[in-house]
Write a protein that binds this ligand. Structure first.
Ligand code: F6R
Length: 609
């Protein structure tokens, strides 16, 4: 999942391309590159390994200038992280191309192109695409027709943009899978993987559909659909803020975003509650009709968003709504039996996760009463593909590790459970009780954040560890999973989560005095069961680190460190117990000196499968 940006401008475009890359860096930061057609009609390219600031440094030393150009930030799929594998890729010194996605038949194409005498300079799947376009140009096709012919020969899922040194002022873009937007201005045109990269130049944009090829010449743009027929795509006007997120007084975006959680949740709740009721319209104008027809819920998501779904299953089943939760990358390829009256719910911070989009398409194909997305990005693909939308109002999340959007998505899913509870015999007293608890969320999140200093001290123990176990029970098992994921991704410590009752079925063999075991222990119906499981760990000389309700009776002793979490109602406890685990992973990473906001090998938005 890489980021593409391109432009045909009246004046030099290199500044716009670089700013576009900064705004797309969340899609990958293994390497970056830019190409422009210079005044003498030659391609000039710069590529660097590492983050966009490396490219920026290179361009300060050796600036490029040109009105037509392309740029790319890479998350490696085929071919390691190196300058030669970075995009743009060039063929014959005249044709430059950037691509986001995966070309599945690249090996066969590479073979035939080598036989045709073309030389390769990279290990990427993308290089075959630029060669293939070149071969079609050699056969007399026009640039846009050459791109169309190439698309027809490629298997996989990709979005691409291409320029030819002999045709300054022209750019051809195509989509077969990952999103690609065209930016439209009075005298100029742009192309980018998302709206953020376009905003410094224009708010007006079109969304290319699968199979579209766009032929841009200056301000004019002719789009042909997959059948080769000219089509008009709607011109939208973005209402998204053009400002990039600022770090302010914080050291990292992750820390800032953890601390923004009380605000993110209160913004997410604004206009969604009336007195002691949840407003059904918070999910969209069709919500009443779709919820009336809902007999069960199928939740589909990836990573942290999947964990939010696992928590939501507890809430939904509590109010009598059958619920399944699926990892999108598995669901999309699994055979499943359609169930009548299914509401499919996708959860996604970005709204662009390729697996989630494909799984949603598959669920719709099976037949659903409606599709609801819980999302943080209004102008995203999942929002466009859904009948109902619940927006989390978190503002941009920059840190690769999701924090505020996880907590806010869970809040939205709790509201969904309440709205559906009305149809399953739960009275207004139940809803009023939970709404009352929901209103306490911002304050309870503040109280959890106040634990930061104590958690920073606890974090010292973890910094030289290679493994950790996370335990929870009931709705807190997914919270333990989320805690383990956060520790893994930002501090590179191997961490695994287990339902505490499952330890004795195998994982207990891992426990010794070197294994830190973290557990979340709210004072709920399972607390006594959990305490027995914790004793099993102590009996094997395991070292316990607990986040516990004061009423749980859990206290620090020689082999147990307990940090008390202010008491909260069990309806909202999973949301609150998330915070200490986020802070723990953040402080461990801080001590280890890892790149907290851009951990190695990852990207903020996963737009390839
Ligand atoms: C982990 C993390 C990822 C994302 C996952 C899905 O901190 O952020 O696991 O949750 O890639 O992304 P979205 O929510 O954008 O669909």
């Amino acid at each position: 999942m890489c980021g593409i940006v391109g432009a045909v401008r009246e004046s030099d475009t290199s500044g716009f391309l670089l700013e576009g890359l900064r705004r797309l860096e969340y899609r990958g930061y293994d390497s970056a590159g830019v190409v422009v057609i210079n005044q003498s009609g030659r391609l000039e390219r710069a590529r660097t390994v590492g983050k966009v600031k490396e490219l920026e440094r290179a361009l300060t030393q050796t600036p490029l200038a040109g009105t037509t150009g392309l740029a790319h930030t890479r998350w490696a799929t085929h071919g390691g992280v190196s300058e030669t594998n970075a995009h743009p890729h060039i063929c014959n010194g005249t044709l430059a191309l950037v691509c986001n996605g995966i070309v599945e038949n690249h090996e066969a194409l590479r073979h035939s192109q080598q036989e045709a005498g073309l030389a390769f300079t990279s290990q990427t799947d993308t290089e075959v695409v630029v060669h293939q376009v070149y071969l079609h140009l050699q056969n007399g096709l026009d640039l846009a027709d050459a791109v169309r012919a190439t698309m027809d020969e490629l298997a996989g899922s990709f979005a691409l943009a291409v320029v030819h040194a002999g045709e300054p002022g022209r750019l051809v873009a195509a989509r077969q899978g990952p999103p690609l937007l065209l930016g439209r201005a009075e005298k100029e045109s742009f192309v980018a993987s998302d709206i953020n990269a376009l905003l410094p130049a224009t708010r007006r944009y079109q969304v290319l559909e699968n199979g579209d090829v766009a032929d841009i010449r200056g301000a004019s743009c002719a789009i042909k659909d997959s059948g080769g027929s000219p089509v008009e795509r709607v011109i939208h006007t973005s209402t998204q803020s053009g400002a990039g997120a600022e770090l302010g007084e914080h050291r990292h975006f992750m820390q800032k975003e953890i601390h923004e959680q009380p605000r993110a949740v209160s913004d997410t709740l604004e206009d969604r509650l009336l007195g002691d009721r949840v407003l059904e319209d918070a999910f969209g104008s069709e919500a009443g009709r779709i919820f009336d027809a809902t007999r069960q819920v199928l939740i589909i998501a990836c990573g942290t968003s999947y964990h939010a779904g696992l928590v939501a299953r507890h809430w939904l089943e509590y109010v009598g709504v059958p619920c399944e939760v699926e990892v999108a990358s598995e669901y999309r390829y699994r055979r499943h039996a359609a169930r009548e009256g299914t509401l499919v719910v996708t959860i996604s911070q970005s709204g662009e996760t390729a697996d989630t989009l494909a799984a949603l398409e598959e669920a719709k194909r099976q037949g659903v009463v409606g599709a609801l997305v819980v999302c943080n990005v209004a102008e995203s693909s999942l929002v466009r593909e859904s009948d109902l939308v619940f927006m989390t109002h978190c503002g941009p999340e920059v840190g690769v590790a999701s924090t505020k959007t996880f907590v806010s998505a869970m809040t939205g899913l709790l509201l969904l459970a309440l709205v559906l509870s009305r149809r399953h015999g739960f009275d207004s007293g139940f809803e009023a009780h939970v709404v009352h608890q929901i209103r306490t969320l911002p304050g309870a999140l503040e109280a959890a954040l106040a634990m930061e200093d104590a958690i920073a001290e606890m974090a010292q123990v973890f910094s030289d560890k290679e493994h950790a176990l996370f335990l929870g029970r009931g709705a807190h098992f997914p919270i333990a999973m989320e805690g383990a994921l956060k520790l893994k991704e930002i501090s590179y410590i191997h961490a695994e989560a287990y339902p505490a009752g499952e330890l004795k079925h195998g994982p207990l063999a891992l426990v010794d005095e070197k294994m830190p075991v973290v557990a979340v222990a709210p004072n709920d119906l399972l607390i006594e069961k959990l305490k027995s499981n914790l004793e099993e760990v102590r009996a094997r000389r395991g070292r316990l680190y607990l986040f516990a309700d004061p009423a749980s009776g859990l206290e620090s002793r020689e082999d147990v460190t307990v940090l008390h979490v202010a008491p909260v109602d069990s309806a909202i406890a999973p949301i609150i117990y998330t915070v200490p685990l986020q802070l723990l992973s953040y402080h461990v990473a801080l001590i280890k000196g890892t790149d907290v906001d851009k951990p190695r090998n990852l990207a903020k938005s996963v737009t390839v499968e």
